[in-house]
Design a protein around this ligand. Structure first.
Ligand code: GRF
Length: 190
């Protein structure tokens, strides 16, 4: 029998992707969400609590040393012995050492068709450039922002009269199905 795959999810926002991972994967298909990490008070924490999943609220204080923060975070995460670290809307950029601790184990979902539009405000930049297609990318996390190896992408059409909000909603609806599927496939391979 395949061994249970343990996920730690880093999510500090609305948590729609976290919720869909909980709904679609947690407790079945040999997958369990062991821990949710949030660096801000967030819906993600509420969602974890509601599902009885351990959560860690670990705010980053700007005066704090980032390497020290990441070192403590890594020690806390390791208690759960995760197979994959899943990022979704966790705005803290990890130190090189943190990333090096988990080779090929950290993945992120980014709301653009990478390598286009790394960083913030992807939907606005798509509209400003008059792009006709947009989408989302799941990729491994490496030392450079939004630059790790691409695992999978999903494309959407940009309609006329689209707004930043409408694009964000469209992309999230796609992501909420897509991300759990990509995670499930990865879990089957590890
Ligand atoms: C998603 O759009 C994801 O692509 C980006 O952050 C957003 C998180 O949304 N990295 P949610 O918190 O899962 O609703």
């Amino acid at each position: 029998m395949n061994k249970l795959k343990k996920l730690v999810i880093f999510s500090s926002g609305f948590g729609s992707n976290l919720q869909s991972i909980i709904n679609k994967l947690h407790g079945h298909k040999g997958i369990v969400v062991k821990l949710v990490v949030s660096d801000k008070p967030s819906m993600s924490i509420k969602r974890a609590v509601k599902s009885g999943i351990s959560c860690l609220f670990f705010p980053f204080n700007k005066e704090q040393n980032k390497n020290e923060y990441d070192c403590i975070l890594s020690k806390l995460v390791n208690v759960f012995n995760p197979d994959l670290l899943i990022l979704s809307g966790f705005m803290h950029i990890f130190s090189h050492q943190f990333v090096a601790n988990y080779p090929n184990k950290i993945i992120n979902i980014h709301p653009s068709l990478l390598p286009k539009y790394k960083g913030l405000n992807t939907h606005r930049r798509v509209l400003e450039n008059g792009d006709k297609i947009h989408g989302t990318t799941v990729h491994f996390v490496n030392k450079k922002l939004d630059s790790g190896k691409i695992i999978a992408q999903k494309i959407i059409n940009v309609s006329d009269n689209e707004t930043v909000n409408s694009l964000e909603n469209k992309v999230k609806i796609i992501e909420n199905n897509f991300y759990p599927n990509v995670i499930k496939n990865l879990c089957n391979k590890i």
